[in-house]
Ligand binder design. Structure first.
Ligand code: ADE
Ligand code: ZN
Length: 340
């Protein structure tokens, strides 16, 4: 019997290290929350919503994404959103998640930071433990806003430090380089938060250098444009700086023109700790296994590549070395016992 990629992917123990909770808001759930909260949305039917999800660049998506999150008002909404996401990725055999949310997307609409963080964290704790999924929680600063707003958000986060593991940087990349956020990242580092940043998704390779050298980040979100710079590729591989790669996001936002041209295999071959993630699955057409399958089939990835990708998810995570080791052993056992 020949090796069945999709079947092998299904049982692989996985992580998700790049997931915006607001990007897991499914159209049906958007209608449900809009109804119960009496919020107007610019769509009449689920089909109409799905038709709107045609993007040629990041900003097309972001405009729709910020409108979508307007239906989230109460702690219960944030809880339900997070619980639904966890239940969905549990079916993909996801064992550990490091999820983002955008506090300013809510505080700027008058929703308290506490409302969002409490709902999300309660679901991660309660539903995560029922499903056997561990987690880290990361807040992202919206880079199209100024650094003063990010600093105010960090001050909110410090009040809830016991619930938050890291800070990140997302939203419109072009024109908003990491250098705009040097002070707030320094403050966050001093507070003991882990640091990540979206860099090199649409932006140039210089933004990746800035994220590494000026923000001192621990992990790069996307990072695709590093592939234009062999010296940077060698550095990222040598320093074991993980990249959270998002295949379906990349094709949906036209960062990559065709999945067959996705740089993931080249990243692996260069020794980069590349990981597979879904970014905004409700908007980009797939969760963890969909992302693995799409890129694995397009690039003809081998069983060894898939094992490496799954392992990278754990080694690139913020879990402790002991926890990582336990998962790596489970992946090896799965791969050894898997009958082709
Ligand atoms: N916010 C949600 N998804 C994002 C992405 N792919 N890039 C930048 N900001 C985002
Ligand atoms: Zn993202």
């Amino acid at each position: 019997m020949s090796f069945n990629i999709d079947n092998f992917i299904m049982g692989l123990p996985k992580t998700e290290l790049h997931l915006h909770l607001e990007g897991s808001l499914e159209p049906a759930q958007m209608f449900e929350f809009a109804k119960r909260n009496n919020v107007e949305i610019p769509y009449k039917t689920i089909d109409e919503v799905k038709q709107a999800y045609e993007f040629t660049q990041l900003q097309d998506f972001l405009n729709i994404y910020y409108t979508g999150m307007n239906v989230l008002l109460k702690e219960q909404d944030f809880f339900d959103l997070t619980a639904a996401y966890l239940n969905r990725v549990a079916t993909d055999n996801t064992k550990h998640v490091e999820v983002f949310f955008d506090p300013q997307g809510h505080t700027n609409r008058g929703i308290a930071f506490e409302t969002a963080v409490t709902g999300i964290h309660n679901a991660l704790t309660q539903v995560g433990s029922e499903l056997g999924i561990s987690f880290k929680l990361i807040i992202c600063f919206l880079r199209h806003l100024d650094e003063a707003s990010a600093i105010n958000t960090l001050k909110d986060a410090i009040k809830f430090k016991h619930l938050i593991d890291g800070v990140g940087l997302d939203s419109s990349e072009l024109g908003h380089p990491p250098s705009k956020f040097v002070n707030v990242f320094k403050m966050a580092r001093d507070e003991g938060f882990k640091l990540v940043a979206h860099a090199g998704e649409e932006g140039p390779v210089e933004y990746i250098y800035e994220a590494l050298d000026l923000l001192n980040i621990d992990r790069i979100d996307h990072g695709n444009s590093c592939m234009n710079d062999p010296k940077l590729v060698a550095r990222i591989a040598k320093e074991k700086i993980a990249l959270t790669v998002c295949p379906l996001s990349n094709t949906k936002l036209c960062v990559v023109d065709d999945m067959k041209n996705h740089p993931l295999k080249k990243m692996l071959d260069a020794g980069i700790v590349a990981t597979i993630n879904s970014d905004d699955p409700a908007y980009f057409g797939g969760y963890m296994n969909d992302n693995y399958s799409a890129v694995a089939n397009a690039l003809n990835l081998s069983k060894a590549d898939l094992v490496q990708l799954a392992k990278n998810g754990f080694t690139g995570s913020f879990l402790s070395p002991e926890e990582i080791n336990k998962h790596l052993i489970a992946i090896d056992q799965y791969a050894e016992n898997y009958a082709n």
